[in-house]
Write a protein that binds this ligand. Structure first.
Ligand code: 13P
Length: 345
């Protein structure tokens, strides 16, 4: 038997548990420079390093954020960046009791031989980059790959997505980073919820198959599924209870049985992405999952569903920073309550 994750095994489990603390979830603030540019353009700002720094400073310095947020995923630039006051962003997060994480994938490119689908780059040099990120204070990692329903998904695209995630997960663990395993099933399309469910089952089956083949240590990972919803253009909308029912059914069917001797608290942790749902929808759906009985830690790892109102409120104006920070805290608190199944808003 290959023993994985060597000297980091205990630390990986500890990091995963800290991130899974009750009533807390992840703030995804790891937009690549290109994506961050789109967000800044939406409020009329130029995509400069100074503007990205100002915005990320606003996010990490929200007073009390650590009560609701246990981890923050950063883009490489932010991991090495200081706030506008000259403190390392990473140090500010640690003072807030928030674990710093790092996006390690290099983005999506066309997958040759597929039906206009994508694959996720970033395995070359990943071990040395991961070691450097650990030195810099990162303790978990994220790799986002996508699967498109309207374009297939082809067997090739699913296999590539699953294999890439499994290789990344093994490399992250070897370097002390807890991997967030994120095969996003894109919302785009007119398909109904049943079709999403079917595709999600296929994708997760392959992800676990290849993670086992790569000797990934299951107690030291975080899983980031997309919720099982109808396609964004589907006429039949689903209620939060339906989304919760399908999504929990997916987890029940696809998560491997607990390894003997592992306690309930070591069961897998799920931190869902918001994927273009509205802020309130993402909160309601998370809440519905936590109102049903489930044995897992089911939480959030939202970017847009935490940041949208905050970004708009800020609008790039220093005089709006406090109001924008309050807006982020409102979403973070709502999702914290949803993690506990106690959201009523
Ligand atoms: P959204 O919540 O905006 O989907 O982003 C989360 C994320 O990290 C996507 O990779």
């Amino acid at each position: 038997l290959t023993v994985r994750a060597g000297s980091y095994a205990d630390e990986l489990v500890k990091t995963a548990k800290t991130i899974a603390s009750p009533g807390r979830g992840i703030l995804a603030m790891d937009e690549s420079n290109a994506t961050c540019g789109k967000r800044l353009a939406s409020i009329g700002l130029e995509n400069t390093e100074a503007n990205r720094q100002a915005y990320r400073t606003l996010l990490v310095t929200v007073p009390g954020l650590g009560n609701y947020v246990s981890g923050a995923i950063l883009f490489e630039e932010t991991l090495y960046q200081s706030t506008t006051d000259g403190k390392k962003m990473v140090d500010v997060l640690v003072e807030q009791k928030i674990v710093p994480g790092i996006k390690v994938d290099k983005g999506l490119v066309p997958l040759a031989g597929s039906n206009d689908e994508s694959w996720c780059q970033g395995l070359d040099g990943l071990a040395s980059r991961s070691a450097a990120y650990y030195q810099q204070g990162a303790r978990f990692a994220k790799w986002r790959t996508v699967v498109s329903i309207p374009n297939g998904p082809s067997a090739l695209a699913v296999k590539e997505a699953a294999w890439g995630l499994a290789r990344y997960a093994a490399i992250s663990q070897d370097n002390g980073l807890v991997p967030i395993v994120e095969p996003e099933i894109l919302l785009d399309g007119e398909h109904g919820i049943e079709r999403t469910f079917e595709v999600a089952q296929k994708v997760w089956a392959e992800v676990f198959y290849y993670m086992a083949e790569n000797n990934v240590m299951f107690e030291g990972i975080l899983l980031k599924p997309s919720m099982v919803t109808p396609g964004a253009e589907c006429k039949d909308r689903a209620t939060p209870d339906q989304v919760a029912e399908y999504t929990l059914k997916l987890l029940q069917r696809r998560i491997p049985p607990a390894v003997p001797g592992i306690m309930a608290s070591s069961l897998p942790t799920f931190t869902f992405l918001s994927g273009g749902q509205s802020e309130v929808e993402a909160t309601q759906n998370l809440n519905a999952m936590n109102q049903s009985t489930n044995p897992w830690h089911v939480s959030f790892s939202y970017a847009r569903a935490l940041q949208n109102t905050c970004l708009k409120t800020w609008g790039g104006r220093p005089e709006n920073v406090q109001a924008a920070q309050e807006a982020l805290l409102i979403r973070a608190k709502a999702n914290s309550l949803a993690q506990l199944g106690k959201y009523t808003g």
